[in-house]
Structure formats: C-alpha cells, structure tokens
Ligand binder design. Structure first.
Ligand SMILES: [Cu+2]
Length: 151
C-alpha cells in the first residue's frame, strides 16, 4: 500500500512537472519580446534633452523657425559680420516671454533675451523651460526675425 501511494505521488508530480515545463510554449513568449524591442527606440529620444543650433548670418537667422522640447537648449551662433543680440519680441520692449520688459529683466538669464550685444564669431545659448511659441529678433538689427516653438 505504501508503494502504491508513493507511485501515485510520483505520477502526480510528473504530470505537474510536464505541464509546468512542458509544451512547446516558446513561440508565444518570443512574440511579445519582439514587440518590446520595437517600442524602445521610439520612446528613448523623447526623454533626452538636446541642443539645437540656429546660425545667424548677414541674411538672418537659419533655420528661421525651429521646434524643440521643454528643457532643450538652443544655441545661436553669430556667423554674420555684425553684432547679434537675440531678444524675444516685440522690439524694442521684449515683453513677450513673461510680460517683463527688457529694462526689467536685463541683465539676467530667466527670460529668452540675450541682454547684450555679441560680435561675429560668438554664440549665445538659452534653455527653454516652458512651452509656447516665441518670436524673436536681433535687437542690434531688428529686421532679422525668427521663431522658437517649445512643445
Ligand atoms: Cu529688440
């Protein structure tokens, strides 16, 4: 009788082990793994901050409009033959970032305003911390315009 119970127990264990390990269930496991691998490269770039370059020449800002994410930095490189002062619109007050005028927020780094002239070969960068569409101009030559869209 003892051996019969042990035999039944072994058969039961064997059956459980067969269903736990068993069955060629490898194909359904592989399919979701491939799906996850395809999604990863799409998600990663959205979480990284980056730097975008706008070039200023005698013809103006190029590209004239760029779209960046909150937290991204835009570098303005002066490759012109004149002075550059990147300032948020409108000229000459520069109030269209947070309502403060140039005379109120300069010198400083909180507003999208260079607050100073910089000569050929120099650059100035600004990190955008809030979303919005910000028109700007060269305060030292206000006919040259650009737009930064922060999403
Ligand atoms: Cu201005």
């Amino acid at each position: 009788m003892k051996y019969f119970i042990i035999l039944i127990a072994l058969i039961a264990l064997g059956t459980i082990a067969y269903f736990a390990l068993g069955g060629p269930a490898t194909e359904p496991v592989l399919a979701p793994t491939q799906g996850e691998q395809e999604q990863l490269p799409v998600a990663e770039p959205q979480t990284l901050s980056s730097e975008t370059t706008v070039t200023y020449t005698d013809q103006g800002f190029s590209p004239a409009q760029v779209t960046v994410a909150v937290g991204d930095t835009v570098r303005f490189v002066n490759q012109s033959s004149r002075e550059m002062w990147v300032g948020v619109d409108d000229h000459p007050t520069h109030t269209k970032y947070d309502g403060t005028s140039k005379d109120e927020h300069c010198p400083g780094t909180t507003v999208f305003d260079q607050c100073a002239r910089s000569g050929p070969g120099t650059s100035w960068e600004y990190t955008f911390t809030k979303s919005g569409t910000f028109g700007y101009h060269n305060h030292a030559g206000a006919s040259h315009l650009g737009v930064i869209v922060v999403q």
